[in-house]
Ligand binder design. Structure first.
Ligand SMILES: [Zn+2]
Length: 325
């Protein structure tokens, strides 16, 4: 069944701005060379599992980059350093053209501790370049925190390749940071309506596209069909890839799809999804304006999927104070 599609914003609007030097950072002296360069800038980032994990110093809507001396006052000697990459020369950033290094610290610096924020708080305000950097730093620091020992023999591992590989001291096996694929899908029916669900974790007011992790041995397309079947009780077809977004909680790569549904009798699973609704464009706009529902955050791939269907930017609520984040 074919329905007309509105003119749409570009799906691939996030450029790749960070050169990771993945062909060079494995060299033994790469990180030492970078840290000898006085132009290199450093981002302290809190390791661990508590609520401050992943926090970095900020100046308003920007990351606060430190010099070698600046970071030395915050991090103990021998603190783990991870090469992040180099921002392109023409990036609109005060650290454009510089090599960037994350430095793992135990907690935010006492003074200005309130200016340390994590990706969840910063995602709506950071520009694309700094978002890519912080997602990268958060994901790899999370991975290090959870993978200190060899999964084969349990021995301790050492960090090599400028922070991108861990090697077992006993059996020499190498361990690489992982990324877990998840699918997120906009479902469109024969009347060109969009299906959105309210997730229990969001307090039941925010409506978004359905999502779930890909299982071992499963194609992305099969994961789309299975997840929608589980969460909404309907069979979708014709999944089409749209765009992707990395998200470091815990180590996700969100792969966004569009799919079609012929049946419209949806049944929320009642656990993850507490309500499901088919929206026309007008209904969605009115419900967002009135504050009856909230849309996904502006930077999210879920929002992009919805706006792709909607045909432009979603309206703002008239009474934002009524909405919970
Ligand atoms: Zn081992």
């Amino acid at each position: 069944m074919q329905t007309s599609r509105p003119s749409t914003p570009s799906a691939a609007r996030v450029p790749h701005v960070l050169d990771r030097y993945s062909d060079k950072r494995g060299g033994e002296s790469w990180l030492a060379g970078v840290t000898d360069d006085p132009d290199t800038r450093y981002l302290p980032i809190v390791s661990g599992r508590d609520r401050r994990a992943g926090a970095v110093p900020t100046d308003g809507a920007r990351l606060r980059w430190l010099t070698r001396d600046g970071v030395a006052s915050l991090a103990p000697r021998g603190a783990q350093e991870i090469y992040l990459g180099r921002l392109h020369d023409d990036a609109a950033s005060p650290v454009a053209g510089r090599h960037l290094v994350a430095v793992v610290v135990d907690e935010p610096a006492e003074e200005q501790a309130e200016a340390w924020q994590g990706m969840r708080a910063l995602a709506p305000v950071l520009d694309a370049a700094e978002a890519e950097i912080l997602i990268t730093a958060t994901a790899i620091v999370n991975w290090h925190a959870g993978h200190t020992h060899c999964p084969r023999c349990g021995a301790a591992t050492d960090v090599v390749h400028s922070g991108w590989v861990r090697v077992c001291r006993e059996d020499g096996s190498q361990h690489f940071p992982r990324t877990d694929p998840a699918v997120i899908v906009s479902i469109i029916d024969g009347d060109d309506r969009l299906l959105l669900g309210a997730n229990a974790r969001w307090g039941g007011q925010r409506y978004s596209t359905l999502a779930g992790f890909v299982e071992p041995g499963e194609s992305l397309e099969a994961a789309v069909v299975r997840e929608v079947g589980e969460e909404a009780g309907i069979q979708v077809h014709s999944p089409e890839y749209v765009a992707s977004q990395p998200w470091p909680f815990p180590a996700s790569l969100m792969l966004a799809f569009r799919a079609r549904a012929d049946a419209v009798d949806v049944v929320p699973d009642g656990e993850e999804i507490v309500d499901l609704r088919w929206f026309t464009r007008r209904e969605l706009a009115e419900d967002i304006r009135s504050g009856r529902i909230a849309a996904p955050m502006a930077f999210s791939v879920a929002r992009r999927l919805i706006e792709l269907w909607y045909g432009g930017t979603l309206p703002e609520p008239r009474q934002p104070e009524n909405l919970t984040a």
